[in-house]
Design a protein around this ligand. Sequence first.
Ligand code: PMP
Ligand code: GLN
Length: 407
Amino acid sequence: METTGPWTRAAAAAGLLIDGEARPTVFARMSAKAAETGALNLGQGFPDDAPPAVVADAAVAAIRAGQNQYPPGLGESVLREAIAEHQSQWYGLRWDPASEVLVTTGATEALAATILALVEPGDEVVTLEPFYDQYAAIIALAGGVHRTVPITSRTGDDGDLVLDVAEADLRAAFSDRTRLVLVNTPHNPTGLMLWVGALQAIVDEAAAHDAIIVTDEVYEHLTFGPAHLPIATLPGAKDRTVSISSAGKTFSVTGWKIGWITARPELITAIMSLKQWLTYSSGAPFQPAVAAGLTMPTSAFHDLAQDLRERRDLLTDGLRSIGFRVSVPEAGYFAVADAAPFGETDAADLCERLPGEAGVVGIPLSAFYRDGQAGEASSYLRLAFCKSRATIEQSLERLETWAAPRR
Ligand code: PMP
Ligand code: GLN
């Protein structure tokens, strides 16, 4: 059976096949490496934590009660109502659960359906760089042209790594071909959050070029300082914004794949028209369970974030004392560490060796850049702190043993 002939040209043209093989995601590849070598997995971003009891109990109850068949294409009304209520309570954004909310198979399907529904061949799509790897794959499948805005890095006064986006660079990425700007805040892989200046610049440029804003907010509740600021709340933004989020990170249920979209009815309908041919619908018993999670008291969300913040500090303090240059993230699951102090200029190569040399798996930041574009970030790696304290502590001990003779 041919794997690289004319039959498979579409996948190959989008860069999804390499030498006739499905190009594995960096997360799948590095998790396989962890399993193979027995190394501690600070690579793929899935937590060790159990979901909140109300969420887990509601899923079990829904299965027992027989909620196991296809949910409606838009999603169960109890979940659509909980999503609308959550947006109103946390952000003051009002959405009609009947026409402005769509439940999806994770944020992954929400992103794919949105980009495929709204981007035509030759349209430009703007993202930050580094970016969550799925973006490039789907933009390529849609025939879009990927434009990027660099996240820059410098050394702060305290010696830490400081990451930032320049407003001028954001503005410069727009053109009359821009159809869509895909904003990821809080950001994967860096944990960077965008604030009002940068967000308003995006809204102004999107309006000037009549572009749609898509915002990926899957880490919205995992913030360690100021609360998340959704771009849809800015003046002039709501009507042109597709907001995407997901239950996976907030409730530690990455395997459930329940995501959602809020947007104006015209946009929801266009995305739904595509989504119904991808999965139609999914996750029947998990939908009411996520609804139960979204209606938890605000203090429960804060407790989840506080617990994660302590693990962030455990990892970043530990990495710093080992001798890595570290960026302390404001949100999310991941810290960025620079291995250059150990003479490691190529983190992609280091991450191949690290499971064997140290018994720890990390992801090179270059995996989140277009080929060859990582530049100064080539020596950076992404390490996940959504793992148990014991896993983080043991990883730090192993990294210290690895680092000692290299200092
Ligand atoms: N966007 C970002 C920025 C992510 O980090 C992830 C996955 N972790 C997703 C989207 C996909 O979310 P889901 O697991 O809900 O499909
Ligand atoms: N979002 C997760 C991460 O960044 C991975 C999700 C996946 O493996 N598809 O690690």
